[in-house]
Design a protein around this ligand. Structure first.
Ligand SMILES: Cc1ncc(COP(=O)(O)O)c(C=O)c1O
Length: 442
């Protein structure tokens, strides 16, 4: 029997929507019912240009033929295989393909189902790695203010966004935070990496002096902080973090959930910035956002530290029912093939200049206090309405949607991260429409 799929359901009550103003949404719902390449179709039949690659994930655009076909074929051939003590070839193939595009020195892949799970997995591996090497006192985790590492307890503990933390009790113990790198007074309207702020990495030395390096397992940062409002790493900052962590035997984890798979014009931000961490967390673009999947990438040194003792014993007591799920793996392989065949990482790099000039043309429009960009990411920061933070950007989001473009807001920052297939004409449409929206804002 065919499923009765109504474009406009008549009862919106049951579904408690994530990270959404539920009551506002349900009074005036915004529903997508179809998508193709750069566009969504709304329930009332309008085309909306996707300025955010869904949620930073559909890097190849929507409903791409190779990905659709791979999922359909795999669903009919091998729907599920147990993830523990059993395998299937596609998960191994995908792991190898990820390593092929990873920085030198990254050699192993642990599959998860989301960015949040990748973060939890990496934090657990970091602590367990030190213990396996006889340094069991290294349990502290260092994150950064304004960091976003998903929504599970480890991720919100090392994360630094107050609304994601304050409702949820005491979080993990033994966590500390680096200062964030947002320096609007010095760096506003920077194109690419800002000049000021490398010294903020030196704060790690203060944290080490406070706690003792022998108690610290890992530092986790987003190489480019996305969900907090697009904060680029200052020039020299990541290099410093790498040097200080290496000096003290602390693992460096890059959360590449947004920056992975071409967003900055390289496969990963690690290559873009020329800084290789010990672990990388990924998700989103790994499967073009189509089937939930994440992956933690590690060095051989980390992996090999666990490969000791009797060979019949499980080495790491961690994993998910859906780790390396066959349909997700087929989707991941087809996604990586699409990126490669269409040269999409290079394309992001080639389009960066045009994107940069177009987005910076918004300077001088009402309420715009900063514009920043890198790869195919851009942010426009608005002056908040006094006493009503977030309201101005949210009304920009609603107006933009009415005018046929999808943008994203966090606080009073508008963030854009279009699919890497975006054309110059579509960049003009996206930024031109946003300019109209900004001109009409209160
Ligand atoms: C850097 C980073 N880490 C982790 C996550 C969490 O990913 P997910 O929503 O798939 O759990 C996100 C999501 O935006 C992210 O941007």
């Amino acid at each position: 029997m065919a499923l009765d799929r109504k474009a406009a359901p008549n009862d919106l009550n049951a579904f408690w929507m994530p990270f959404t103003a539920n009551r506002q949404f349900k009074q005036n719902p915004r529903m997508f019912v179809a998508a193709k390449d750069m566009h969504y179709t709304t329930a009332d039949g309008r085309q909306v240009l996707d300025g955010t690659a869904g949620l930073w994930c559909c890097n190849a655009g929507h409903c791409r033929p190779k990905i659709v076909e791979a999922i359909q074929r795999q669903a009919a051939e091998l729907d599920y295989a147990p993830a523990f003590q059993m395998g299937h070839p596609l998960a191994f193939e995908l792991a190898n393909r990820i390593i092929d595009i990873s920085p030198k020195g990254i050699e192993h892949v642990f599959f998860t189902n989301s960015g949040s799970e990748s973060v939890e997995t990496a934090l657990k591996i970091a602590i367990a790695y030190h213990r396996a090497r006889g340094e069991g006192a290294r349990t502290r985790l260092i994150g950064r203010e304004r960091g976003y590492h998903g929504v599970n307890f480890g991720g919100i503990s090392v994360g630094g966004i107050v609304n994601n933390r304050k409702m949820f009790g005491t979080l993990l113990a033994g966590v500390d935070h680096l200062p964030h790198t947002h320096l609007p007074a010095q760096n506003a309207f920077t194109r690419g990496q800002p000049d000021h702020g490398a010294h903020l990495a030196d704060d790690l030395e203060r944290i080490v002096a406070l706690h003792g390096a022998e108690t610290i397992a890992a530092v986790i940062v987003e190489p480019m902080a996305g969900s907090t409002g697009v904060l680029m790493p200052p020039k020299g900052y990541l290099e410093k973090l790498r040097a200080i962590t290496a000096k003290h035997g602390i693992l460096l984890i890059f959360d590449e959930v947004i920056t992975g798979f071409g967003r900055l014009g390289s496969a990963f931000a690690a290559q873009h910035f020329g800084v290789t961490p010990d672990m990388m967390t990924t998700a989103k673009g790994l499967t073009n956002g189509v089937i939930p999947m994440g992956a933690v990438l590690t060095t051989a040194a980390i992996h090999d530290a666990f490969m000791q003792g009797p060979e019949t014993l499980i080495e790491l007591f961690h994993g998910y029912t859906y780790s390396g799920n066959p349909i997700a793996a087929a989707c991941g392989i087809a996604t990586l093939e699409t990126y490669r065949e269409e040269g999409l990482f290079d394309r992001a790099r080639e389009m960066e200049g045009y994107w940069q000039e177009t987005i910076h043309s918004l300077r001088g429009l009402p309420h715009v206090i900063d514009i920043r960009n890198m790869g195919l990411i851009g942010a426009v920061e608005l002056e908040p309405i006094p006493g009503a933070p977030t309201k101005r950007a949210f009304s920009a989001f609603l107006k933009a949607y009415e005018k046929g473009i999808l943008i994203r807001t966090t606080g009073d920052i508008i963030a854009m991260s279009p699919p890497l297939i975006i054309s110059k004409a579509e960049i003009d449409q996206l930024i031109g429409t946003l300019a109209d929206v900004l001109k009409g804002l209160e």
